[in-house]
Every structure is written in C-alpha cells, then in structure tokens.
Design a protein around this ligand. Structure first.
Ligand code: SF4
Ligand code: SF4
Length: 353
C-alpha cells in the first residue's frame, strides 16, 4: 500500500497561510488544488461566526477544547528513563490494555507497525512541514474512546462537534499517560494525537483488529460503530500484536448504502470500490466534505450517526454477517423500523438548553 502524504490531507492544506513558505511550496507542486483550497480558506471557520450552527456560548466550548489540544500536542515525545525495566511481552501487553481501559478506552489493540501506517511526509505544522518520516517504532498501541450517542445523534448540530472534541481530548490524555509510562519503563514511546500524528490511526486500528474501514472512510467497530475516536502510541517496547479481523463490513456497505444518501456534501460514493494506489477501497471527496464543515460550523458527523453500527447491533447478527445475507437484511430491517432514514434528534440536549 502506498504511504499517505500528510501534506495532502484537508487539515494540512487548510493550515497553509496564504503566501507562506508551505503555501508556496504546496501549490507550486499541486496547482490544481489552489483555487478550491483558496475558496475553502475564505469560508467561516469551524465553530466560527457566520456558520449555520454558530452559538456565542456553545461554539467556543468546542473551540476551547481544540485550543487546549493544540497546546498539549508538544508533549507527545519525551526523555526515556535510562534505567530500563525488563518486561515480558505477554504480561506487559495485558497490563497496557488494562491500564488503557482504566483510563477510559473502550477498545484496545496492538498492531505490528508497517510502513504504510506512517505518513510519508509531515504536513500539519509549519515547523515540521515537509519532514520525511523515516523512523518507525515496531508496535502501535491503538485504542478507541466512545462518543456519546445522544450527542452524535444530534449531528450536524453543535452537540456533535462538542462530542468529537471530547473524544479527541480523551484519546490524547490516555495516549499521554501511556507514553509517559512506557518511557518511564525505559522504552521509546510517542503519542499520536489530534494535530500531531505521524500515523494514520484508522489503518493502525484496522490491523490491530479494532474494526474495519467502511464506505465513508471511517473505522467501524462492532461495539460502537463509528461513534469512536482513536488514539495511538507507538513504541519499541516488546508487545504481542493482535490480528486483523474481517467481519464483513465491505459486503455490508455494498448492500446498506445509507451514508451516501444522507451526506449533505454528496462526498461519499454510491458505487463500488476503486483500485487506489494498489488497494481496493471507497474514496470520499474530501473537499466536498470539508466545505460542509465550514458551512455548518461543526464537523458534520451525519454519516457517523447514520451508520447502523453506531446505533448498536446485536453481536449475534454481526458474527453471522459475513456468511449470511439474511443477517444483513435483519440488521437493516431493525434499523429502518427504529430510525427510518436516520436517527436525527432536533431537540437540544440538556447541557445546551
Ligand atoms: S461528515 Fe458529513 S459531509 Fe462529510 S462525509 Fe460524513 S456526512 Fe458527508
Ligand atoms: S452507513 Fe452503511 S454504507 Fe455507510 S459506512 Fe455505515 S454500513 Fe457502510
């Protein structure tokens, strides 16, 4: 699989200030993206005034969380204790999982890191723009935190962006504590958190068996569907990797096709997967998705709430899914009876009344 260049991601592109070194370099190499990106840059900011969901008291609550994340992201690396504690891979893997769950993670796995888990070049921060990523830790501890269903089912209103911010915050704090702990034991460790990743978290999570990537490009877990945020800590401490589990999402997405119908940006493909850089997958139109975010003022999240697995599906039906079309039919029938097109709640939650 070809490695992803972080400079091409929407968040990186939107961070290039007009006429800065990064801006000039990027659009010299990608002139076709300049016009659309300049148009997006001129739109109001997420959580900003002028967006459809802006509220003078609620929007800054999410924004403040992102500012705190921005201040915290410089602590992802640190000194390693010179007095190394000898660990046994099986024992420490179990302990790391228990500690992560104690700290609030709902799902935890370990991936044997491959080069395609890492971005090829860094893009999101001006200080590190264009840096080649060529130092790979051997293992990735990947964990998922849950986002509140009542908040996500109000997508694309303000509740959604608050829940997403909290998800990033929870994941960042768990990752910080784990990486400080591993360095205390005498091994290298790096936290990968919002705004400071070297890895593509959903690819790591998929290989560690946490879930499968669906039609909209987001990881689907059996337990919480897409109502999760991911965190990753990479390390050279010996660990036992988990295995990838294919539970039939690709087949399900082919039949389901719900998220392309509910997507306000028409960014999710209706058809079949394409062969992209040697891998068969669906490709979302990231510019169209991002334009919706800047119009609405939240990161939308309609596809997250639309996905049947985000609402909870019985494990029995999921486990039969791969070999049974009836099981898929039953999941979709139950969903339709309960939620119709999608489980949208207009009434604000108590915290925003
Ligand atoms: S976040 Fe919204 S606009 Fe983006 S793909 Fe999902 S539904 Fe579409
Ligand atoms: S809504 Fe349906 S098609 Fe979209 S990701 Fe979820 S299962 Fe796949």
């Amino acid at each position: 699989m070809k490695r992803i260049d972080e400079r091409d991601t929407m968040f990186a592109r939107m961070s290039y200030q007009k006429d800065s070194e990064q801006y000039n370099d990027y659009y010299k190499r990608n002139p076709d993206k300049k016009e659309i990106d300049d148009g997006l840059r001129d739109m109001p900011h997420i959580c900003g005034e002028g967006t459809a969901t802006f509220h003078p008291l609620h929007s800054p609550f999410a924004d403040a969380g992102f500012r705190f994340l921005g201040d915290m992201k410089k602590y992802v690396e640190g000194d390693v204790n010179k007095n190394k504690v000898e660990v046994e891979a099986e024992e420490i893997s179990k302990k790391i999982k228990k500690f992560s769950k104690y700290l609030g993670a709902k799902l935890v796995g370990v991936a044997h890191m491959k080069d395609y888990h890492f971005y090829s070049y860094r893009g999101r921060n001006p200080e590190t723009y264009g840096e080649k990523i060529d130092k790979f830790h051997k293992y990735g501890i990947v964990f998922a935190v849950e986002m509140d269903k009542d908040m996500i089912n109000r997508a694309p209103q303000c509740e959604e962006v608050i829940a997403v911010t909290k998800g990033y915050m929870d994941a960042a704090i768990i990752g910080m504590w784990l990486s400080y702990y591993i360095r205390e034991l005498g091994y290298e460790a790096r936290n990968h958190m919002d705004g400071n990743y070297l890895v593509v978290a959903p690819l790591v999570a998929q290989d560690a068996g946490l879930g499968e990537i669906g039609r909209n490009g987001i990881l689907i877990t059996k337990e919480y569907g897409q109502r999760i945020r991911l965190g990753v800590v990479t390390t050279d401490m010996p660990l036992i990797p988990d295995k990838r589990e294919d539970f039939g999402i690709k087949e399900f997405c082919r039949v389901c096709n719900k998220c392309p119908k509910s997507c306000p940006g028409k960014a999710i493909p209706h058809g079949d997967m394409e062969l992209i850089d040697g891998v068969e997958r669906w490709k979302i139109e990231q510019e169209q998705c991002y334009a919706v975010w800047r119009r609405l003022g939240t990161d939308c999240g309609v596809c997250l709430s639309t996905c049947p697995f985000s609402q909870g599906v019985s494990m029995q039906l999921i486990d039969k899914m791969k070999n049974s079309k009836e099981s898929m039919g039953e999941i979709l029938k139950e969903y339709k009876e309960k939620y119709g097109i999608r489980p949208y709640i207009r009434e604000p939650l108590d915290i925003l009344k």
